[in-house]
Design a protein around this ligand. Structure first.
Ligand code: AMP
Ligand code: ZN
Ligand code: FE
Ligand code: FE
Length: 299
């Protein structure tokens, strides 16, 4: 079902929002709960026409999703979500239409995933020192073959009863300034955008409101987006998760200022894991069309 809704730009404009797509979803290739096959099956159940697989630092879920979707009405786009570092905060860079067979791209992803393993070991050591008897083996088991992340550490902590929820684990221990936080090798946002471009992909700045370096950091978001736009950024995630209309509107203004495509998605990790459900977040049909045009011109 396509819905007509008022555009957040001005009161008089109307745009078509497409609620049968999801451009931001995770699988067991990173910290999602569903396998690529299960995710595609859920998307089919929900009547989605388009789904992008955007795992953290891994494209290992893409092939399985494409295979399961073959011959069905669901179109699957290959994607990635790379965690990058800036002083005091984290920036996630999405990449659509990446060539998953690009050697430099895959080498870098492997390096990023390796740094996740070492960091998980170090985080477990810190939690051990804080009196929690967790094992790295259990965290590794929870991550399975996928890119290991803080959510897997959080899950092990919940399992052992040290915290009630994963959110508590982040708030009390694992967030950037938490007592069990450990740094790891990361790209800068510009490096990630360039890497995605080199692999033929479209870089999109993910969930921009999460970029939160603190009051006195002197961080200038507009200048940050301008610099990225000068370095290959193509889109910005405006229709994200449960962003309210005011946030969407502010981000759409920035997208227009720098001629970026306003994209969006649920950031689905599994049923009930985060607030937005698969396919729940509506995206302008025009944005999807602009992405398709970009893909045709750049591949
Ligand atoms: P990592 O990839 O190891 O840096 O972990 C980041 C991931 O943890 C994010 O992509 C989310 O899936 C999840 N996450 C981040 N913050 C929280 C939070 N406060 N509560 C629960 N999960 C979170
Ligand atoms: Zn995640
Ligand atoms: Fe993210
Ligand atoms: Fe995500």
């Amino acid at each position: 079902m396509e819905m007509l809704q008022k555009c957040p730009r001005t009161d008089s404009e109307v745009i078509i929002l497409n609620n049968r797509v999801d451009l931001h979803a995770h699988t067991t290739a990173s910290d999602g709960v569903l396998t690529p096959t299960e995710l595609v099956e859920l998307a089919l159940e929900r009547g989605l026409s388009l789904l992008a697989i955007t795992d953290h630092d891994s494209t290992d879920g893409v092939a399985g999703a494409l295979a399961r979707a073959a011959g069905t009405p669901l179109e699957v786009w290959p994607g990635i979500e790379i965690s990058t570092d800036v002083p005091q905060t984290e920036v996630h860079m999405l990449g659509y239409f990446v060539d998953t067979s690009n050697p430099k791209f895959q080498d870098t992803l492997l390096k990023l995933r390796d740094s996740r393993v070492l960091r998980a070991q170090q985080m477990v050591a810190k939690l051990n020192a804080l009196g929690m008897s967790l094992t790295f083996e259990r965290v590794r088991q929870l991550a399975g073959e996928g890119a290991i992340g803080r959510p897997h550490v959080a899950q092990a902590m919940v399992e052992m009863g040290y915290v009630q929820t994963a959110r508590d684990a982040f708030n009390l221990y694992l967030s950037r300034n938490g007592p069990a936080y450990v740094e790891r090798f990361k790209l800068t946002p510009i490096e990630a955008a360039q890497l995605i471009r080199e692999a033929g992909g479209m870089p999109v700045l993910a969930h921009p409101t999460y970029i939160n370096p603190g009051e006195n950091s002197g961080f200038d978001f507009t200048a940050f987006v301008r610099e990225l736009a000068d370095n290959g950024l193509v889109g910005i995630e405006c229709y994200y998760g449960d962003y309210p209309p005011e946030t969407v509107s502010e981000l759409c203004d920035i997208a227009r200022e720098f001629d970026l495509i306003p994209t969006g998605g649920s950031d689905f990790h599994g049923r009930g894991v985060y607030s937005a459900d698969l396919g729940e977040r509506e995206i302008p049909a025009e944005s999807i069309e602009r992405m398709r045009v970009w893909r045709t011109r750049n591949s």
